[in-house]
Design a protein around this ligand. Structure first.
Ligand code: ZN
Length: 491
């Protein structure tokens, strides 16, 4: 589960075409044993919280042995991949660990000195190159910032008559990207860029990627920027001590050798932690539940539809593993995915019992998921209800790996026991636990360890996921059927 960014807009979804009807999976079965109608119940009985907890203990051991975390790009993540992939191969799965690049960025220091005196606060834009040791010292130059030029610092001509070479240029935010503004300034020979906000509040932003970062670029509050504009020609020293790198990490993808490969039931959980802790609830819990189910199902079960499990890398860096996966599938391969079930944080210590709101019946945040997401929500809600709790909906707010699948039109759903949000009195009346306290008080912290797991919640969510996977692996039709391959509107 990633942290919501302030002011971030909800996941943008394209309008969905209403489907006239949701039929069954249809088609002839693939080679292999006849599908086992009792599979959902058998899986739920055989997969145990003890089994999932044993995987959590292994993930904790891995974190302990590798600096306390399992973040993508670190040895703790690689050891997590090796553990999961190894167990799956033993169980007869076809396993791939496709790698993909991702950018990292950190800031050690960011200061601005104006004519030798401390200047206003400056915030390095993401992927800003670092200034040299000691910073850049140069005079201020301001890109045209008048009503007559509504595109400040967006064109080379903006600097045609200015002493921009070697300077620190002041540029107002707006009308083109930060990336373009620093690109244009770089071509004019500037040494660094200060972007001033055009609205109240801090200016946070990104240059897009390590590869696109050309000049050290910092952001200023609007009043600070306006205060510097009259001081053109004044020498300033800008220190942006940043560290950027392009690293490589992996997903784990495992598929049954049985079942239709063009009607795939997919289950995904992110395997990486944040750097701050071992990530046992977020998301060792989803990863371990899914591994327990995969091992109980086995690589060659009696199913109608193939089952594909994914353990994503770099979720905590911005859903990068799932995004890379969806983007690199062909349109045909995207259409092969009938269902995506997302498991992110399934054993929060002050648990909620949440199912993603596929039909948007809660009328909150994001619109409904792609057609079929409503049926997935019903399947999971009924299964979770059968474990003895009354589930509630939760918005597809874009904070986990269903995001790229929904954007591609794949029917999606999933389970969640809550992160840093506070449990309400109403929630506590429904589920017990502590009202007024977070669902997970150790969210993204070092204390997200084995002691941060609610085993009752883990057990309930494991059973629910078992029923979800088992139901659709046997039959995509039935009372909670999802669109067939011909009906799916993937893109
Ligand atoms: Zn998280």
């Amino acid at each position: 589960m990633i942290t919501p960014r302030r002011g971030a807009t909800a996941l943008v979804l394209s309008a969905l075409l209403a489907l006239a009807a949701c039929g069954g999976g249809g088609g002839s079965g693939a080679a292999g044993p006849a599908p086992e109608p009792g599979l959902p119940r058998r899986l739920a009985e055989q997969a145990t919280a003890d089994g999932a907890f044993a995987h959590l203990q292994e993930l904790q051991r891995i974190a302990d042995a590798h600096g306390g975390n399992r973040a993508s790009g670190t040895p703790g993540f690689d050891a997590s991949v090796d553990y999961v992939a190894g167990r799956l191969r033993e169980a007869g799965y076809r396993v791939d660990t496709p790698s993909f690049p991702f950018d990292t960025f950190a800031v050690d220091a960011q200061t601005l000195t104006v004519a030798g005196a401390p200047g206003p606060a400056v915030t390095a834009l993401s992927y800003s190159p670092a200034t040299p040791p000691g910073g850049v010292t140069a005079p201020l130059v301001a890109a045209p910032d008048t009503p007559a030029d509504p595109t400040p610092g967006c064109e080379a001509s903006d600097y045609a008559n200015l002493p921009a070479r070697g300077a620190v240029v002041l540029v107002r935010r707006g009308s083109c990207t930060f990336t373009q503004k620093q690109q244009v300034a770089a071509e004019a020979g500037a040494a660094a860029v200060l972007v001033g906000n055009n609205a109240p509040g801090p200016l946070g932003g990104t240059l897009g990627s390590v590869a696109e970062g050309r000049l050290p670029t910092g952001g200023l509050l609007q009043p600070d920027f306006d205060g510097l504009l009259p001081r053109v020609g004044t020498p300033v020293t800008l220190v942006l001590a940043t560290r950027s790198a392009t690293q490589t990490t992996r997903n784990v993808i495992a598929q049954t050798t049985t079942g239709r490969p063009d009607e795939v039931v997919m289950s995904g959980a992110h395997l990486d932690s944040v750097p701050e802790g071992p990530g046992i609830n977020d998301n060792g819990s989803g990863s371990s539940a899914q591994l327990e189910l995969a091992l109980r199902l086995g690589g060659a079960p009696a199913v109608t539809n193939a089952v594909r499990f994914a353990w994503w890398g770099a979720e905590e860096e911005g859903l990068l593993g799932s995004t890379n996966y969806v983007q690199t599938l062909t349109p045909e391969a995207r259409r092969d995915i009938a269902v995506l079930l997302n498991s992110d944080m399934l054993a929060s210590p002050n648990p909620g019992y949440l199912v993603y709101d596929g039909d948007d019946s809660d009328r909150e945040g994001a619109p409904p998921g792609p057609a079929g997401s409503d049926a997935i929500e019903r399947t999971l809600t009924q299964a979770l209800g059968a474990t003895g709790v009354q589930p509630r909906g939760t918005d597809f707010d874009g904070r986990s790996d269903y995001g790229p699948f929904i954007a591609a039109g794949v029917p999606s759903g999933g389970l969640f026991t809550g992160a840093e949000e506070v449990k309400t009195a109403e929630d506590a009346a429904l589920w017990g636990g502590q009202a007024g306290a977070p669902y997970d008080r150790c969210y993204h912290q070092a204390c997200d360890n084995l002691a941060n797991i609610d085993r009752v919640a883990l057990d309930r969510m494991l059973d629910t996921l078992a029923v979800g996977i088992g139901t659709y692996a046997v039959d995509l039709g039935g009372p909670n059927g999802v669109p067939t391959r011909e009906q799916r509107q993937t893109r």
